[in-house]
Design a binder for this molecule. Structure first.
Ligand SMILES: Nc1ncnc2c1ncn2[C@@H]1O[C@H](COP(=O)(O)OP(=O)(O)OP(=O)(O)O)[C@@H](O)[C@H]1O
Ligand SMILES: [Mg+2]
Length: 367
């Protein structure tokens, strides 16, 4: 078992940093997901690790060995791509056997390994087929098989499920996760899909414009996002944000957001904050449409402006003046007709506070 460690990796293209002092440690046997929007540098990071791109600066360690100077074939990493990159003229057996043949492994050993991997991936019955005779999910399994057969120290997967339809993607993400736990290979998995990331990761690293924003378990990045970018990117529908001025700080704070006053009692805020403004964040699932007035927390009057059915849940957008708030914690009996006047509410303990200038999370007590 081997860990993967990346220290201060920078990749410059012209005057743009595709990676900017990127550091990440994937522990032995861990499933790390690198999550970020299109163009943020995810593929550049894995291509540097695999040795396909030369970083401008920084070090890559596999176990204790610095591998920057090693050619791709000597790095003992296997990569699975979005487009599978199977050899179209070879049957599945030969596709899987190929990396071993290249390494001149004995024929009977190759046969053992290919059959083992095929068994693990449940594709024994496909070994004689050509890639064009396979479904997307089957091709993806063969690509995984070809990577696994080498028993690499590190597995790199660059959006391996993005060519599959939604149902198969959900199925395959569970399969990949199970497989990874079974074989225990240290894995860096890339995706721009936060649901995929949250459901698969032991740890998730969220990046933006070549910079890591936060690393943590899916629970940590969801519950305590380090900044507004992470808060917005993780969770669906995304967090509501209200820009607020602090207009009073006495036995609590009073915030003002576009003429709406929000009273927050002292017990629920302990952060040190020097500026006069901040950003209040609240997740749609933490906001509810109140049935009566005896709710303890923030209460805001508004009018329903939009509704949408999201599978089993509904999303209701409530216009509160200048801003609107997305709400998903809705009683199934509630009739969300447009223009209806409602009172929405959310508990103090569910509020996230961010600095207005930097977007960084402000610490606060949750009770
Ligand atoms: N060979 C190259 N020359 C110049 N710029 C490049 C090159 N490769 C990547 N870039 C730029 O580097 C940035 C990061 O690209 P990268 O492919 O790593 O993003 P990504 O996070 O994988 O995006 P996606 O989710 O769309 O695959 C992008 O702005 C891209 O245009
Ligand atoms: Mg990419």
């Amino acid at each position: 078992m081997t860990s993967l460690r990346i220290e201060g990796l920078t990749k410059r293209y012209g005057n743009m940093n595709a990676l900017d002092e990127f550091s990440l440690k994937v522990d032995s046997g861990q499933f790390m997901v690198l999550l970020g929007p299109s163009g943020c540098g995810k593929t550049t990071a894995v291509r540097c690790i695999a040795g396909l791109v030369n970083p401008t600066s920084g070090q890559i360690y596999i176990g204790d060995q610095m591998v920057n100077h090693l050619p791709p074939k000597d790095r003992d990493v296997a990569m699975v791509f979005q487009n599978y990159a199977l050899y179209p003229h070879m049957i599945v057996y030969n596709n899987i056997a190929f990396p071993l043949k290249m390494r001149k492994v004995a024929k009977n050993k190759i046969d053992d390994k290919v059959r083992n991997v095929a068994n693990l991936l449940e594709i024994e019955n496909l070994l004689d087929r050509k890639p064009k005779e396979l479904s997307g999910g089957q091709m993806q399994r063969v690509a995984l098989g070809r990577a696994l057969v080498r028993e690499p120290k590190v597995f790199l997967m660059d959006e391996p499920l993005s060519n599959l339809d939604a149902k198969l993607r959900t199925y395959m993400r569970a399969e990949i996760k199970k497989l990874q736990k079974k074989v225990g290979i240290t894995t860096l998995y890339i995706t721009h899909d936060q649901i995929e990331a949250m459901s698969m990761a032991d740890q998730v690293a969220i990046m933006k414009s070549g910079l890591i924003q936060q690393i943590g378990t899916p629970g940590e990045v969801y519950q305590e996002p380090a900044n507004t970018f992470v808060a917005d990117f993780v969770g669906s529908p995304s967090m509501n944000f209200l820009k607020c001025n602090i207009i009073e700080k006495n036995s609590g704070i009073t915030l003002e957001s576009n003429n709406i006053h929000l009273q927050i009692p002292q017990t629920s805020w302990t952060f040190e904050h020097s500026s006069d403004n901040l950003i209040l964040g609240i997740r749609p699932r933490d906001v509810t449409i109140l049935k009566n007035d005896d709710f303890i927390g923030i209460k805001i009057k508004g009018k329903i402006s939009f509704t949408e059915l999201l599978g089993d849940d509904s999303l209701v957008e409530v216009d509160i003046g200048v801003d609107s708030i997305r709400v998903t914690n809705i009683d199934p009996d509630f009739d969300p007709s447009i223009e209806k006047e409602v009172m929405i509410g959310f508990p103090y303990s569910k509020i996230h506070y961010f600095a207005a200038e930097t977007g960084k999370r402000l610490m606060h007590k949750t009770n």
